[in-house]
Design a protein around this ligand. Sequence first.
Ligand code: NOJ
Length: 521
Amino acid sequence: MSAQPATQWWRDAVCYQVYVRSFADSNGDGVGDLDGIRGRLGYLADLGVDAVWITPFYRSPMADGGYDVADPRDVDPLFGDLEAFDALVHDAHERGIRIIIDLVPNHTSSQHRWFQEAVASPPGSPERARFHFRPGRGPDDSEPPNNWPSQFGGPAWHQAGAEGQREWYLHLFAPEQPDLNWHNPEVHADLEETLRFWLDRGADGFRIDVAHGMAKPAGLPDAEAAQQGLISDSGGDVRFDHDDVHEVHRLMRRVVDDYPDRVLLGEIWVRNDARFAMYLRPDELHLGFNFRLAEAPYGAEDMREAIEHSLHAVAEVGATPTWTLSNHDVTREVTRYGGGELGLRRARAMALVELALPGVIFVYNGEELGLANVELPDEALQDPVWERSGHTSRGRDGGRVPVPWDGDEPGFGFTTGRPWLPMPTEWSKLTVAAQLDEPRSTLSLYRRAIELRHEHRGFASALDWLPAPDGCFAYRRAGSSLVCMLNTSAEAVPLPAGEVLLSSAKLVDGLLPPDTAVWVA
Ligand code: NOJ
């Protein structure tokens, strides 16, 4: 096996996120699966993507959509089997598409063999030492060991064990997702085994779930300002971004470096640029999701600030920036930017902003169709957040509704059965089939933009800001002739000089209208 990656193919890549449950169902059970993805590789190739990131498809009781992993080295029957994975990798590689898979090192499922063994073993046993088991507080142990909240609501502790052997165990997410103890060498060894298992099968890389989690402070002290929500702002939240986590990333990097051309991509909810940069040091992760752009309110000033922070964070360590407008954990951008026609218009403009930026672009399945969040009825909701929050937060299902492919009725070619989340009838106008040959569709915009992006390559990590009117910004990616300008003001403004390559909405009298972006060369 060779050492260092030879090509760094990802430095300029467009990567498509497949939320496996919602992309394509091959067997009519209403849930997307690996064969479903394989059947749609032609679509992904035509879209022009270089890589696909697939969310967890491992054995799981599905308490958190598969992020509760009972066996990280097998495929859940709901999604297929190992042969289906091998076939997917084979066919994707034939088309030049790389496959990045999800890795969930912060926690397991409560159905994982290790946790079952821990529950059946006494306090102080090696079985319990793979997790964070603690006695409680108060005279009869009735209070959790500390005040940490779970990200999904309620305390981050539950009790488990036989009568007389009960202890509290830590779960930063659902109770069905016990946190692993990363000070335990067995946990390290098992992760290495999982990495090699999938690398040997041809996976091109890993997206690391909660890459800022894993390491916990010694003694698990009370939090002063533990926050609800997915953001850790460095220093404010003892549950995340502990310095020891970098040891884990170094371990992963050492393993991955045994294989050529593989990539590590962290989910890093850390806002502080310098803390963020630490994850991307040369012996840690290659890439990290920076969520600044997805968090920024719509408007030129806020968007520009988000872009500058994201660039600044990676510049410190010479890493490649990444850009994402949405994923399966956040509200879709059409909805965030105001919903309806306006939200869609703005989302299309932001697509051109994103796709002209230097570095790696992530497109979340359905984003290229201009899908908005769906208001689902209470009884359809499946995200654990809904129950855990005592029905105060509806959770993330609204942005996870399956992708509509074709036809006039719900199911829309995603499934021949009943989709696991209801699909709105209005989506008949938004199916892939309805948009494919329509030049003004959002799908056509994405396809053309990705094609142009590949033609107008520039340097992977820098851009120059150009003068622009109030409420607008314009930039050129260093090394490229392509200029992108966004207008978020209420007035139409003059275009930058040059030939218009693409615009997110019709130009009016040679001007750039409000909520529109243009590419000029
Ligand atoms: C981040 C994943 O993206 C999210 O969907 C999941 O609920 C948590 N990590 C816990 O694994």
